[in-house]
Each structure stands twice: as C-alpha cells, then as structure tokens.
Write a new protein. Structure first.
Length: 133
C-alpha cells in the first residue's frame, strides 16, 4: 500500500485520542488541538446520544481510516469536546472546526468520494453525518 500521514499539532495536554490508519493506505490526518478534547478525563460515552441517532456507537475521540486515500483535517479549540470519525472505501474527506465547550461530532463515511465539512462554535452543539452505503 501507500504511506499514511498523521500530523498532530497544538498546545493542549492530556487529551485521549485514538487514530487507526490501515488497509491500502494513502490516508492523511491533520489534527490541531488548542485545548480541545476531554482534557485527560476518560470519556467513553457521548454527552447526548439522542442527537447522534445511528452513529452513537462510534467511540468518542477515535478516528479510523481504512481503504484508500482518506483525508481528515480537524481543528479543535475549547474544552471537553468529543469527536469521532470512521472513513472506509476510497477518497472520502472531512474538514471540521470545533470551537467552544461540550460539543460533539460523529461522522461515518463509506463508499467513494464523500465529503463532509462543518464548523461548530459555542456550547453543547451536536452534529452527526452519515454518508455512503
């Protein structure tokens, strides 16, 4: 397969983030944390699963890229935010900015050529995106 790229930058400390890049490769994940995720506390559940619907089973603060040539650009600024993404198939892309507190985002992309872009600003915002199948 092709090489994978993982770039994490930022000033935040004690965040829990799991990233899996596997299969054919060519995956790119660029993550910028300015404060950001759960800040050292173990967060296994979403703040409000009712807003995530069928995506509630995605694990908070886990990113999985399988297949070929998946990309994600994520910027998080704030405190106690949750994010999860699964990309399978080929050439799917996510561009996300989360700013504030207690926000949550879950994205599932399967198949080929899906693109998701969003910005969350403020407190207790939720977004769930499911594309493909």
């Amino acid at each position: 397969g092709f090489d994978n790229t993982l770039q994490i930058t930022g000033i935040s400390e004690q965040n829990i983030l799991v990233i899996d890049q596997s299969n054919d490769g060519g995956h790119v994940a660029r993550i910028e944390l300015k404060d950001g995720l759960t800040e050292g506390t173990r967060q296994d559940t979403w703040y409000d699963v009712n807003l995530l619907g069928p995506l509630e089973n995605l694990a908070p603060n886990k990113i999985s890229q399988t297949g070929f040539s998946q990309t994600i650009a994520l910027q998080i600024d704030g405190q106690s935010n949750l994010f999860a993404a699964i990309q399978t198939g080929a050439r799917n892309a996510i561009e996300a900015t989360i700013s504030g507190q207690l926000n949550q985002a879950a994205i599932l992309q399967t198949g080929e050529g899906n693109s998701a872009s969003f910005t969350q600003i403020g407190q207790q915002n939720s977004v769930a995106i499911r594309q493909g199948m």
